[in-house]
Design a protein around this ligand. Structure first.
Ligand SMILES: C[S@@+](CC[C@H](N)C(=O)[O-])C[C@H]1O[C@@H](n2cnc3c(N)ncnc32)[C@H](O)[C@@H]1O
Length: 393
């Protein structure tokens, strides 16, 4: 592909990504993979160049741009070499018209500022769109930290989080025997801290209520050293179906998957009422804390969607509370830094429910925020999270 044809390919793909963000379609990575599958003539250098260009354009636009061309013209405004490729050559983009719309530059969607904590200043905002590291968690069911530090000698270590390893850029862990054999899991350090907040211990009954494909379930299984009851519940059949294979690889065969019916969750959970020592609610959320991994997700979120997500979170918290035994713990987490989903969610839970006290477990990262803790890329080097733990009296 010529350099100009790569620009046009990025524009075409951006149009698809914009439409998918507007209509709830596939994620950018899926669309990119599909696009190149249908264009075998594009070599690996072409793919990399197109990908780089379009992610630069996505990162530059906090709000959904009007079109792929508007997004790319915005990028070209500060990049004369890119602007020169709008030359009308075969397969390349048409020359730039004098009155053409250029998407404005911004880090975050314009409407979101009032929803963010006051501590999210310009540096914090910039870090929300920065580069995400590749973190591993040593799976204590199969390996120990010292052994894995020698398997990944270049990894950064964290004395207060002994099972965490941070790989240098470009680390290809999925080809390593340690990953293949379940000795390590890929997991952001913030997610590891959420599992720590649950206080899961061997012999307990623990419910991971929004388990998905089990990322945190496996961390809980390791904390429990494979002993006790660990129920992994979710309403999403496809995600939950991936858990047994992952659990087997991780040596966590004792995990019990439990598929819930959306809206009728309490029915399948009835036998577990008042039975859990710990319930983790890793709630569905807007994902503002993971925008550095999925920057186009900024274009999917709207104020209306945020309201719907908050309603779901409150509903889940309410049926989660019924599962906790007296003296047990409810840990609530979202990978979002929006206060509606974190701090305010716990404030209103405590207004709706009596008999709960706030616990402040000694977590190695984050800062106090309302009744919980806020982790952010700038402050903690993790994705953005809000975590709170409550004890049932
Ligand atoms: C943030 S994701 C969980 C990620 C997972 N814990 C992990 O560590 O990989 C939130 C999950 O909540 C699930 N969910 C949404 N509504 C739910 C509900 N009413 N009851 C249980 N799970 C729900 C979603 O299907 C999704 O898998």
């Amino acid at each position: 592909m010529t350099p100009a044809a790569r620009v046009q390919a990025a524009i075409d793909l951006l149009d698809e990504i914009i439409a998918a963000a507007r209509d709830g379609g596939a994620a950018a990575d899926t669309l990119i993979a599909r696009y190149f599958k249908a264009r075998r003539y594009a070599g690996s250098k072409d793919r990399r160049a197109v990908r780089d260009l379009l992610y630069r354009a996505i990162r530059r636009c906090g709000d959904r741009p009007a079109s792929g061309r508007a997004a790319m013209l915005g990028l070209a405004a500060d990049d004369p070499a890119l602007a020169a490729l709008f030359d009308g050559s075969p397969h390349g983009p048409a020359p730039i018209g004098a009155e053409e719309e250029r998407a404005p530059a911004s880090l975050l969607p314009g409407w979101i500022a009032p929803h963010l904590p006051a501590c999210i200043d310009a540096d914090e905002q910039a870090a929300l769109l920065g580069r995400a590291p590749l973190d591993l968690r040593v799976n204590r069911l199969k390996a120990d930290a010292a052994q894995m530090r020698s398997a990944f000698p270049d990894a950064e270590t964290f004395p207060a989080i002994p099972d965490a390893l941070r790989l240098p850029e470009g680390g290809a862990v999925e080809r390593s025997p340690a990953w293949r054999d379940g000795l390590v899991e890929i997991q952001d350090i913030g997610s590891q801290i959420i599992a720590m907040a649950s206080g899961a211990r061997p012999g307990m009954t623990v419910i991971d209520l929004c388990a998905g494909a089990g990322g945190k379930t496996l961390a809980l299984a390791a904390m429990m050293e494979g002993r006790g009851r660990l129920i992994a519940a979710d309403i999403n059949r496809d995600r939950l179906a991936r858990l047994p294979e992952r659990a087997a690889r991780a040596g966590a065969g004792f995990v019990e998957p439990l598929l819930l019916d959306a809206g009728r969750e309490a029915e399948a959970l009835a036998p577990l009422h008042g039975a859990a020592d710990a319930v983790l609610v890793d709630a569905p959320c807007s994902g503002t804390g993971t925008w550095r991994r999925n920057p186009e997700a900024r274009w999917r979120l709207t104020p209306q969607r945020l309201t719907r997500i908050c309603r779901d979170q409150a509903h889940i918290l309410d049926f989660a509370a019924a599962l906790v035994k007296p003296g047990g713990r409810l840990a609530y987490a979202v990978c979002s830094i929006a206060d509606d989903e974190g701090r305010a969610q716990i404030d209103t839970f405590l207004q709706r429910h009596s008999g709960w006290t706030v616990e402040r477990p000694p977590l190695p990262l984050g800062r106090e925020h309302g009744y919980g803790r806020l982790l952010t890329p700038a402050h903690d080097g993790t994705d953005g999270f809000f975590i709170a733990t409550l004890l049932r009296s």
